[in-house]
Design a protein. Structure first.
Length: 86
């Protein structure tokens, strides 16, 4: 996961939701990783609908071909702060 973020790649993951314990498959763009209280979180998704995923809830990771478009990149720390204020 960290390598995909570093290389600005999209990934295919299975993610276990917090509210509903079912797993869903997603292919988010990887904007960054945030460390909060010892927990790693992936900031990813789409620029218009980004999400924050706890890394331990993410299952097999497959790095997809192609990089991210720079115009769609978010600033992970700023995004994290804005979500924490909600």
């Amino acid at each position: 996961m960290t390598d995909a973020v570093w290389r600005q790649r999209r990934v295919r993951v299975r993610h276990r939701r917090r509210q509903d314990p079912q797993e869903v498959t997603r292919s988010p763009e990887t904007y960054g990783m945030v460390l909060e209280s010892g927990r790693r979180h992936l900031v990813g998704g789409r620029a218009e609908a980004s999400r924050i995923h706890r890394v331990p809830r993410i299952r097999p990771v497959r790095v997809l071909e192609g990089g991210l478009r720079p115009a769609r990149r978010l600033r992970p720390a700023a995004h994290w702060r804005s979500r924490a204020e909600e």
